[in-house]
Write a protein that binds this ligand. Structure first.
Ligand code: SF4
Ligand code: SF4
Ligand code: SF4
Length: 323
């Protein structure tokens, strides 16, 4: 089954189950007060890809080279060797394009969104995908992982990547720089990609603070002067500049799929940036509703079966007795 079909089936199953009255749908999980994340403001991104390079350095991942351009990392999509990517949306021709033909374009940064109610966590049968109850970081434990790749299917952002070319392949994805051996967040540091961003297009902070900052930016108009933060929401390093574009009145990740801890602002419709249109209800809530329906629904048949066995035994005993 393809990833998209899997997600659709979960949604349809939940709908059937709930409308048939056989299930009580579970709500989206709430966000932790101390959840951390990043705010990517595409209007500030200059496409320098310093974030991509820093991410590779921290995660010790090799560049992805193409023939004829051996000196440049040419990754165009997330992969098991590339946990974040900068893509360009071309406003002139539509779609993602590396070559821009006029001034109407926007960059887009992709990585794990650290979903509030993560599909990858919900489907993992061995709890190798985990969400920290305090920081909300979604991490992956390679020692627990059995390589079933359910998480790959269940991610609406197509993020987890499996190492198909390794004998004992593993799942790779951004862990917000807080995995075993890195632990930047636990040590009070910020993520590598926000640390090196020269324009503050990508900043680190608590989701609460980042959401408030995103809402402040939505009040701005193109040409207004604004003081932007560099690296993190509470950084003493700020700079003043003119707002480059009218913000779309939409904070991606505030509500999509139950919300994410990586939030996105843009000057072009956010769906142009390669992000999916998602309902507010998380896929995890949908799929767990289906699971609980299946398991819950088995209580009734099991009860009936137990009753039948009891009756059959009683009648058999009764029959014996009567004879
Ligand atoms: S973006 Fe995908 S991999 Fe990341 S937390 Fe959400 S479901 Fe999991
Ligand atoms: S948070 Fe860390 S792992 Fe995730 S994209 Fe940024 S640098 Fe890479
Ligand atoms: S480092 Fe900042 S400005 Fe450069 S590509 Fe990454 S997000 Fe954009």
């Amino acid at each position: 089954m393809k990833r998209r079909d899997f997600l659709k089936a979960a949604g349809t199953g939940a709908l059937i189950a709930t409308s048939a009255g056989t299930a009580s749908a579970r709500d989206n999980l709430p966000v932790s007060e101390e959840a951390v994340g990043m705010l990517y403001d595409a209007t500030l991104c200059i496409g320098c890809r310093a974030c991509v390079v820093k991410c590779k350095e921290i995660n010790e991942m090799p560049p992805e080279l193409v023939e004829g351009a051996e000196q440049w990392d040419m990754a165009e999509e997330l992969s098991a060797d590339t946990l974040t990517i900068i893509q360009a949306y071309n406003g002139a021709t539509g779609g993602n394009a590396a070559r821009l033909e006029d001034g109407t374009f926007s960059f887009s940064k992709r990585q794990c969104m650290h979903c509030v109610d993560a599909g990858c966590v919900s489907v993992c049968p061995v709890k190798a995908m985990k969400k920290d109850p305090k920081t909300g970081i979604v991490s992956h434990d390679p020692d627990a992982c059995i390589g079933c790749r359910y998480c790959v299917m269940a991610c609406p952002y197509n993020v987890p990547k499996y190492e198909y070319d390794e004998a004992f392949g593993q799942i790779q994805k951004c862990q917000l720089c807080n995995q075993k051996g890195v632990e930047r967040i636990d040590q009070g540091q910020i993520t590598g990609c926000t640390e090196v961003c020269p324009t503050g297009a990508n900043i680190f902070g608590t989701r609460k603070e980042l959401l408030a900052e995103a809402k402040r930016r939505l009040q701005l108009k193109k040409g207004d002067t604004y003081r932007y933060q560099l690296s993190s929401i509470d950084s003493p390093h700020t700079y003043e500049t003119q707002v480059k574009a009218d913000y779309q009145q939409h904070i991606f990740g505030e509500k999509e799929g139950g919300g994410t801890q990586v939030l996105v602002l843009a000057g072009t419709p956010i769906t142009n940036l390669g992000l999916p249109e998602l309902p507010e209800r998380s896929y995890a809530a949908n799929s767990e509703t289906v699971q609980h329906t299946l398991y819950g629904g088995m209580i009734a048949p099991a009860g009936i079966l137990a009753g039948l066995i009891y009756l059959a035994r009683r009648n058999t005993k009764g029959g014996d007795h009567d004879e």
